[in-house]
Design a protein around this ligand. Structure first.
Ligand SMILES: [Zn+2]
Ligand SMILES: [Zn+2]
Length: 430
C-alpha cells in the first residue's frame, strides 16, 4: 500500500516531549540509568506493571489485557560516544565516561531514543484500542545494544521467567529511508558480529637503536595488511563477510619504540562456518606476524563483544509485513541481509519464539527528489546524501519518524494480539 501519513497515529505531546528529553540526555551502553528511570515512570503512569534493573538497566513492562497470546515488543535505549553535530534545538551536549575511563561526548546517533519513544507511543495506541485485542504485551526496553551485551544480560537476569514464551518478538530500527517505508528480510537479516582486542607484545627501546628492540608497530602494520587478504583469499565470493581493523594504538614518544601495540578487529559473517573460518584465519595471521617479527611472547587475542546472527522467522516476517502493508505503510521484503548487526535475535532464540525485526523510514520524503525516492523504494536501499545512523549528523525527522514508528509497531503488535486463541477472552482484568 502507498504510505498514507494522514492515517498514522498522532503522538501525544507527552510522547513528543519524551523523545526530545531522551535525545537531549543520551547515555552510554550499560549506563542508561536516567533513561531507564524515565521509561519506567512512563509505564507506571499508564498503570503497567514495571520491573526495573533487569540485566543492568533493562526495564520490562507487562500490559495485561485478558487471556490471549503474549507479544514481546523491544526497543533499545543506549547512545553512542559521538559528538552531536545535527544543530537540532534538542541536540545533546552530554558527555559520559567510557569503559577505558575516558570522558567522551554522547549522542543518540543511532536513533535508539526514537525506538523508545515510538514504543511508548505504540503502547498508547494499544491502550486506546484495548477492546480490539486480548493478551499480554511484554514491553522490553533493552540497554547496551551497541556493545552487543544488553539482550544476553537481560536473558541471564530473568527475562524469560518474567515474560514466559511470547508468540513473537518484534523489534524495529529507525533508518534514513523515506518515512512510510518498512524494510526487512524474511530470513537472515543481520550479520553475526565479533569484536576482538589484540595486543602485540614487543620489546621497547630507543628509536635510534631498533636492533635492541622488537618493534610492535611494524608487526601491527604487517598484521593489518595481511588481515586484508582473509576476505579476498579465504572466504567464498558468494557469501558476504567483513573484516575491519577498527582501531590501532601504539607509542607515545617520537624517539622511543613502544613495547606494545593494540588493535581492535570487527568481523561480520552470515553463517557459522564462515564465522569460524574468519576467526581461525584472524588468529593464525596475528600469531604468525608476531612470530615473523621475532616477538618472544605470543600476542593476546580477546573477544570483547559481539552479536549473534539476526534471523527473521520467514513465516512470521511475511505475516507481520502483510499486516504492515494493510496499515498505510510501504513494505519492502529484501533478499540481501544488511551487514549491520543487532543483538535482538538473541531474545527470540532464548525465549523460544520467532523474531521479526525491520527498519522503518524516519526521514521526510521531501528530502529526496521524486526520482531518487522511486529508486530508493524500488531497491530498498539507503540514500547516500542523507546522513546514516552513527553519523554525528544523523537525525530522524521527528514529525515523520515518530508517527511512522508508532504506526508500524502498533499495527504489527495488533496483528499478533488479534489472533484467535482457545482461551475465552476476558476484557476485564487489565
Ligand atoms: Zn547503532
Ligand atoms: Zn542501533
Amino acid at each position: 500500500m502507498a504510505p498514507d501519513p494522514q492515517s498514522w497515529p498522532v503522538p501525544s505531546g507527552s510522547v513528543v516531549d519524551l523523545y526530545r528529553d531522551l535525545h537531549r540526555h543520551p547515555e552510554l551502553s550499560g549506563q542508561e540509568t536516567r533513561t531507564a528511570a524515565r521509561l519506567a515512570s512512563e509505564l507506571a503512569r499508564r498503570q503497567i506493571d514495571v520491573t526495573e534493573g533487569i540485566g543492568g538497566t533493562g526495564v520490562v513492562g507487562m500490559l495485561r489485557n485478558g487471556d490471549g497470546p503474549t507479544v514481546l515488543l523491544r526497543a533499545d535505549i543506549d547512545g553512542l560516544p559521538v559528538k552531536e553535530l545535527t544543530g537540532a534545538p534538542y541536540a545533546s551536549a552530554a558527555s559520559g565516561v567510557d569503559r577505558n575511563g575516558a570522558t567522551v561526548p554522547v549522542m543518540h546517533a543511532c536513533g535508539h531514543d526514537m525506538h523508545a519513544a515510538a514504543l511508548i507511543g505504540a503502547v498508547d495506541v494499544l491502550l486506546e484500542r484495548a477492546t480490539e485485542w486480548a493478551g499480554t504485551v511484554a514491553i522490553v526496553f533493552q540497554p547496551a545494544e551497541e556493545t552487543g551485551e544488553g539482550a544476553l544480560a537481560m536473558i541471564a537476569d530473568g527475562l524469560p521467567q518474567l515474560v514466559g514464551t511470547p508468540v513473537v518478538a518484534l523489534g524495529q530500527h529507525v533508518s534514513p529511508v523515506p518515512a512510510g517505508a518498512v524494510v526487512a528480510a524474511a530470513g537472515i537479516y543481520g550479520a553475526a558480529s565479533d569484536n576482538f582486542r589484540i595486543r602485540i607484545h614487543g620489546v621497547g627501546g630507543h628509536a635510534s637503536t631498533p636492533e635492541a628492540a622488537v618493534d610492535p608497530i611494524v608487526a601491527a602494520a604487517a598484521t593489518v595488511m595481511r588481515l586484508q587478504a582473509v576476505i579476498s583469499r579465504e572466504t567464498a565470493a558468494q557469501e558476504p563477510a567483513v573484516l575491519t581493523v577498527s582501531s590501532i594504538h601504539a607509542g607515545r614518544a617520537e624517539n622511543a619504540i613502544p613495547d606494545e601495540a593494540e588493535l581492535t578487529v570487527n568481523l561480520r559473517s552470515f553463517s557459522a562456518s564462515t564465522r569460524h573460518r574468519l576467526i581461525t584465519a584472524m588468529r593464525r595471521v596475528i600469531d604468525a606476524e608476531s612470530a615473523a617479527a621475532g616477538m618472544t611472547r605470543r600476542p593476546s587475542i580477546e573477544r570483547i563483544s559481539g552479536a549473534p546472527l539476526l534471523l527473521n522467522d520467514p513465516d512470521a516476517t511475511r505475516r507481520t509485513f502483510g499486516a504492515l502493508g494493510e496499515s498505510a505503510l510501504d513494505t519492502h521484503l529484501v533478499t540481501q541481509p544488511m551487514t549491520g548487526s543487532e543483538d535482538f535475535g538473541a531474545l527470540g532464540e532464548a525465549l523460544g519464539c520467532p523474531s521479526v525485526f525491520w527498519h522503518w523510514g524516519g526521514t521526510a520524503p521531501d528530502r529526496y527528489s521524486p526520482a531518487e525516492l522511486a529508486t530508493l523504494l524500488a531497491e530498498a536501499r539507503f540514500p547516500e546524501h542523507v546522513p546514516m545512523n552513527h553519523s554525528p549528523e544523523y537525525l530522524p525527522d521527528l514529525e515523520w519518524a515518530l508517527p511512522a514508528g508508532i504506526q508500524a509497531m502498533s499495527a504489527a503488535a495488533l496483528h499478533w494480539l488479534q489472533q484467535p486463541t482457545s482461551a475465552p477472552l476476558d476484557q476485564g482484568t487489565r
